[in-house]
Design a protein around this ligand. Structure first.
Ligand SMILES: [Zn+2]
Length: 475
């Protein structure tokens, strides 16, 4: 979206990511999503008097891995108490990092070639989770509120970008690339729908090259779609306020996904409102150089490099193929694609099946061996399976695993292998040029004519839908 009358939006993002540690940040309670409410708690994460925090080493390691992947400087750092009252935070303060974060500076390069600077990526603990019942789901107007402290004390890294983003598309690309990096480091599962990655967007508007305007912060955007919509809405709202002679107040705003608009949540707190002071129960954090080096050395390739590696296997890449490469890397499907290519699968076919069928059945990926994927592609290439049949076999493999040849045989696809559906259809088209011409001109009724012929010719072994797909593919 382009803003009217020469206005430009200025956006910076704060991304909170929960770390995939086994236990919480300062206690031994399990860090797991979806447990019975209030079962993963102890005196430390419930903030009971006399309890003391013990820092999770793995959380520090993940934070350093994130910093290294974002080209940040890892420095000696300290923990602070950020004081405020909220029922889901039983200590009445959150342990966070303030003036000395573990990671400072850095940058993230986006697939379109633009660069977004990183200001910092610091460690902090998550709060509990409130659920407000009745009303709109917000605390205002709710009948009752429930609090689950399982999330209280879960380790987080907050990654703060510079105000370098100029469009909602760029914001989405940044969040998506960052999510890929977080998953690659092993620090996060990147599941936005489970709240393990949450985004706050700082949005302001200005005329080109003018000083930055007053910004508003939109809290808790939990999908890329919400992120894009919220930023566009908020920037337009600010332009309208200013053009009507009003001024933008610095405030925190709430995004309502259903209404598609932002509204005032609270006027923005300044840092002094939080009465930050050093956490007296924790020592300074100063990972030694050897530890930092170990973390850097064990970083796997990041998405940008993996995209290049896969795209390099294409001789003359088309836009569609590059889009498929992006989907494959985003979803971590490249082991299947590389393995199939190494064994002679066609790259266009492998990318298409991965970016469509595997992407659609991503939850079943644990059932699909590299070998089964390769075998299915090779059967399709040899004409033993039609495109539709290959998709059916892949669907079955994703649902319950198994051997592609056995699945094809059980479905009766194998009988067609000697006289493949494609070849049968091609022959019948040749024998019936007038009917084919009418079908090609848009007369769908002729599809039934060809299905009848195919059924007769294959003694009923063909699948009607597969025949229609073949006919359309040849149209
Ligand atoms: Zn605990």
């Amino acid at each position: 979206m382009k803003l009217p009358n020469g206005w430009e939006m200025v956006v910076g993002l704060e991304v909170h990511t929960e770390l995939k540690t086994a236990s919480k940040m300062f206690c031994g309670c399990a860090n797991s999503f979806g447990s019975e409410p209030n079962t993963n708690t102890c005196p430390v994460c419930l903030g009971l008097p006399g309890s003391l925090p013990v820092l999770n080493e793995r959380a520090v390691e993940f934070a350093m891995a994130i910093g290294a992947a974002l080209h940040s400087t890892i420095s000696p750092s300290t923990f602070h108490r950020k004081n405020y009252f909220y029922p889901d935070m039983p200590k009445d303060f959150q342990i966070s990092q303030y003036d000395l974060p573990i990671n400072s500076g850095g940058y993230l390069d986006l697939p379109d070639g633009s660069r977004v600077s990183i200001e910092r990526a610091h460690l902090e603990e998550d709060t509990g989770k409130s659920t407000h019942l009745g009303g709109s789901g917000r605390i205002h107007g709710a009948d009752r509120s429930l609090v689950d402290y399982n999330r209280s004390g879960v380790p987080l890294v907050e990654i703060v970008s510079g105000p370098d983003i100029r469009s909602s598309d760029q914001a989405r690309a940044y969040a998506s690339e960052l999510r890929g990096i977080l998953i690659a480091t092993g620090a996060s599962d990147g599941r936005m729908e489970e709240g393990s990655m949450r985004i706050d967007a700082n949005v302001s508007v200005r005329k080109a090259n003018a000083p930055f305007g007053t910004r508003c912060e939109i809290k808790n955007l939990n999908s890329l779609r919400s992120l894009g919509r919220a930023i566009d809405h908020e920037a337009l709202r600010q332009v309208e306020v200013i053009e009507d002679g009003g001024v933008i107040r610095q405030e925190t705003r709430h995004w309502d996904e259903n209404l598609g608009e932002t509204s005032t949540m609270r006027t923005k707190e300044e840092a002094e409102d939080y009465r930050y002071f050093r956490e007296p129960d924790l020592v300074d954090l100063a990972p030694d150089q050897a530890w930092q080096d170990r973390v850097r050395a064990s970083l796997p390739p990041m998405p940008a490099e993996r995209r290049r590696t896969l795209a390099d296997r294409l001789t003359d890449p088309t836009e569609a193929q590059l889009d498929a490469v992006e989907v494959v890397i985003d979803l971590g499907l490249e082991p299947w694609v590389h393995s199939a290519l190494d064994r002679g699968a066609d790259i266009t076919l492998a990318l298409a099946r991965a970016a469509n069928e595997l992407a659609a059945g991503i939850d079943g990926l644990v059932n699909l061996t590299l070998d089964a994927f390769t075998q299915t592609l090779l059967m399709e290439q040899r004409g033993e399976l039609s495109a539709t049949q290959a998709k059916t076999v892949l669907g079955e493999l994703l649902a319950s695993g198994g051997d592609p040849a056995a699945i094809a045989a059980a479905k009766g696809f194998e009988q067609l292998s000697s006289d493949s559906l494609g070849a049968t259809v091609a022959k019948l088209i040749e024998q019936h040029p007038d009917e084919w011409a009418r079908f090609r001109d848009g007369d769908e009724k002729l599809a039934q004519f060809f299905i009848g012929l195919v059924m007769k010719s294959t003694k009923g072994q063909a699948n009607g839908k597969a025949v229609i797909a073949e006919l359309h593919a040849r149209r």
